[in-house]
Design a protein around this ligand. Structure first.
Ligand SMILES: [Zn+2]
Length: 269
């Protein structure tokens, strides 16, 4: 058996492992940041929806108050005219106009009351939420119950957390970018060598990697494949010890003696 070929693929695995180790330093951070951003979007939408509603209330209220003011002004002028009415017919016509304006005022007032009522209801829900928070009964709080100030505080906290994690991630990326690009260059070179010298092993290696097995080449550990812990038949041990390889029957990984990894490590450093 040609042992050089297996050495080449072990070296490739060793380089890939190093990149993997560097990336594991940031493991979880990109996912955590993503999750925080989703929460931020969710709460921001909630706050915006509430702001939109109160803005609508404010505008409607303004419009209704103006209507009432106009109606009152009209009523006043109609009443002034009534004092000058020359006959009953004129007087009654003005009375009808006054009545109409009074109805307009009543309608506007009902709408104003509806708004106040809705606002009170929202306040009550938030008070309920505040009470539940005080009692630590978070799972009973509905979206509407979340108090405005608590939402704002949550948003603020989430933004701070996301910013901190982002900075942490960026500093890791900056610190490791040099090492990563050096390793990537080495990997490119090594892949070319393996491609030329041990094409079949490389396609086996890539096949495993594409199947999401990052450690395609593993050490023999306690007479077993260290990828899946399946025992390696005794009659294959000698071959492995001599520097050969064994394809695990269970997981398909390439099993080699640990000294090959040691050799690959000393070659790289
Ligand atoms: Zn295995």
């Amino acid at each position: 058996m040609d042992h050089t070929k297996i050495n080449l693929i072990v070296r490739l695995q060793h380089l890939d492992n190093q990149i993997e180790n560097i990336e594991s330093l940031q493991k979880g951070l990109p996912e955590e940041i993503e999750a925080l951003r989703e929460d931020i979007t969710f709460i921001t939408r909630q706050i915006e929806a509430r702001e939109k509603i109160s803005e609508e209330y404010r505008k409607t209220r303004e419009r209704l108050n103006k209507t009432i003011e106009n109606c009152k002004a009209k009523i006043k002028s109609f009443k002034d005219k009534q004092t000058l009415a020359r006959n009953n017919k004129e007087y009654d016509a003005l009375s009808k106009q006054i009545e109409y304006e009074e109805k307009e005022i009543a309608q506007a007032e009902i709408q104003l009351q509806d708004i106040s009522h809705n606002e009170e209801k929202a306040e009550e829900l938030q008070d309920q939420g505040r009470q539940l928070i005080a009692e630590n009964r978070y799972d009973e709080i509905s979206e509407d119950m979340m108090p405005n100030d608590v939402l704002a505080q949550q948003l603020d906290d989430l933004k701070k957390q996301a910013k901190q994690k982002q900075e942490e991630l960026e500093s890791i990326v900056v610190e490791t970018s040099g090492a990563v690009s050096t390793l990537k260059e080495k990997i490119t070179v090594q892949r070319k060598i393996v491609e030329a010298e041990a094409k079949r092993l490389l396609s086996k290696y890539d096949h495993l990697k594409n199947g999401n097995i990052q450690n395609a080449v593993v050490k023999l550990h306690r007479h077993a494949c260290s990828g899946c812990n399946t025992r390696v038949p005794t009659n294959r041990h000698t071959l492995i010890v001599q520097g050969g390889f064994y394809l695990c029957e269970s997981c398909g990984r390439i099993v080699v003696h640990e000294k090959l990894f040691e050799e690959a490590a000393s070659e790289n450093n």
